[in-house]
Design a protein around this ligand. Structure first.
Ligand SMILES: C[S@@+](CC[C@H](N)C(=O)[O-])C[C@H]1O[C@@H](n2cnc3c(N)ncnc32)[C@H](O)[C@@H]1O
Length: 210
C-alpha cells in the first residue's frame, strides 16, 4: 500500500536534502517577486506561503518587506524554517497545518504562494485545497503557483499537471491571469529525482480571486 502523504514527505525530509530544497526561492518566484510583494494601500503585502517546506521562499518574501505566514503539515521543515529566520534576522510566522484547512485561518491575505504543493494532491485533495483557498482569499487577492507540467517526461516524482487540469481546478470563483511554461529547479544528482536539464518542465500561474 502506498504511504500516506505525511509519511511520504517525512521520508523525504529524513534524507540529507529533498530534491526541491534548493536553498533559495525558485527562479519563477524571484522573477515575479516584485508583483507578489507589492504592498497594498501603503502597507506591506500579506502573503501565505502554502506548503512552505524549509522556508526559503517565505523568508525571501519577508526580506522584501512582506508580512509572511508559512504553513506546512510537517514540523521538521517548519523547525528548519524558524531556524533560518533567526539566522537571517527575518520575521515570518510558521504554522503547522494541513493546507486543505487554510480557509479557517482568521488572518486576511493579499496573496498565496504555492511552490510545489498543488501538484502533490490527488483529485479529491486538489478540490479540497482549491475550496480552502476560495474560502481564504477575498476578491482581488492572488495565488502564484508553480507546479510540474505534463510536458515533463516520465512519471517519477510529482504528478504532472496539464493546462486544462489547472484551468478546471480554478474554473469557479477565479480568473487565470497568466499561465506560462516555466521550470521547477531541483538539486542535481539525487537518484530518482532526475528531470529535464535546467529544471523540470513546469507551469507558473497567477490566478486572481474574483
Ligand atoms: C515539494 S515540497 C515544496 C516545499 C517548498 N514550497 C519549497 O519550494 O521548497 C511540498 C511541501 O508541501 C508540504 N505538504 C504536502 N502536502 C501538504 C498538505 N496537505 N498540507 C500542508 N503541507 C503539505 C510538504 O511537507 C512539503 O514541505
Amino acid at each position: 500500500m502506498a504511504p500516506d502523504p505525511q509519511s511520504r514527505f517525512e521520508g523525504y525530509y529524513a534524507t540529507a536534502r529533498p530534491p526541491w530544497d534548493i536553498g533559495r526561492p525558485q527562479r519563477a518566484f524571484v522573477e515575479a517577486g516584485e508583483a507578489i510583494s507589492a504592498g497594498v494601500e501603503g502597507r506591506p503585502a500579506r502573503i501565505l506561503d502554502s506548503g512552505c517546506g524549509t522556508g526559503d521562499l517565505a523568508l525571501w518574501l519577508a526580506g522584501l518587506g512582506s508580512a509572511v505566514t508559512g504553513v506546512d503539515f510537517l514540523e521538521k521543515p517548519l523547525a528548519a524554517a524558524r531556524r533560518k529566520a533567526a539566522e537571517r534576522g527575518l520575521a515570518a510566522n510558521f504554522l503547522q497545518m494541513d493546507a486543505t484547512a487554510v480557509g479557517t485561518l482568521p488572518e486576511r491575505f493579499d496573496a498565496v504562494t504555492d511552490c510545489g504543493l498543488f501538484h502533490v494532491f490527488d483529485d479529491a485533495g486538489r478540490a479540497a485545497y482549491v475550496a480552502a483557498l476560495t474560502a481564504l482569499l477575498e476578491p482581488g487577492a492572488r495565488v502564484y503557483l508553480l507546479c510540474f507540467a505534463d510536458a515533463e517526461p516520465g512519471e517519477h516524482g510529482p504528478r504532472r499537471v496539464s493546462e486544462a487540469e489547472l484551468r478546471r481546478a480554478f474554473s469557479s470563483g477565479w480568473q487565470i491571469e497568466r499561465m506560462e511554461p516555466s521550470r521547477f529547479e531541483v538539486l542535481p544528482g539525487i537518484p530518482g529525482a532526475e528531470f529535464s536539464p535546467g529544471g523540470a518542465r513546469a507551469w507558473f500561474a497567477e490566478i486572481r480571486r474574483v
